[in-house]
Design a protein around this ligand. Structure first.
Ligand SMILES: [Zn+2]
Length: 132
């Protein structure tokens, strides 16, 4: 399961930041998922809830936001969001990154993805240790 691998690397990062900031608990984590990252939000949340048990992030609120992908067309130099994408990531359980993305301006099929492949932490809410 791809989402579990992504969830573990997110948790690693979350724990690293929490340690750095000397946080006692992690209250909220907001994660952005790129349109072309092939990660299903619901499955990622489930994986995060599972692996955060018995850690500082237990009972933490995980939220995902979608990041719009961007493509570049080498034929007409278009850079921007795709409009012709016929795929709904949540319905198909992640889209195939090998499917050529059509340029909305000139219809060229050899466009390149320039943004929206990654999964990253956008914001975290931490509870710090109170000073005695
Ligand atoms: Zn084009």
């Amino acid at each position: 399961m791809h989402e579990l691998a992504v969830a573990s690397s997110i948790m690693e990062e979350v724990m690293r930041i929490a340690d750095e900031k000397k946080a006692e608990r992690i209250v909220e984590v907001i994660i952005s998922i790129g349109e072309f990252s092939c990660v299903v939000g619901e499955q990622l949340l489930l994986a995060l809830q599972t692996i955060s048990q018995k850690t500082k992030a237990e009972k933490c609120r995980f939220k995902v936001v979608r990041e719009k992908g961007k493509i570049y067309c080498p034929k007409c130099n278009f850079v921007g969001e795709t409009t012709s994408l016929p795929l709904k990531t949540t319905q198909l359980g992640g889209l195939n990154p090998l499917i050529p993305l059509k340029c909305p301006k000139c219809g060229f099929l050899g466009t390149k993805i320039v943004n929206g492949r990654g999964v990253k932490i956008v914001r975290m809410k931490l509870l710090r240790k109170s000073n005695p």
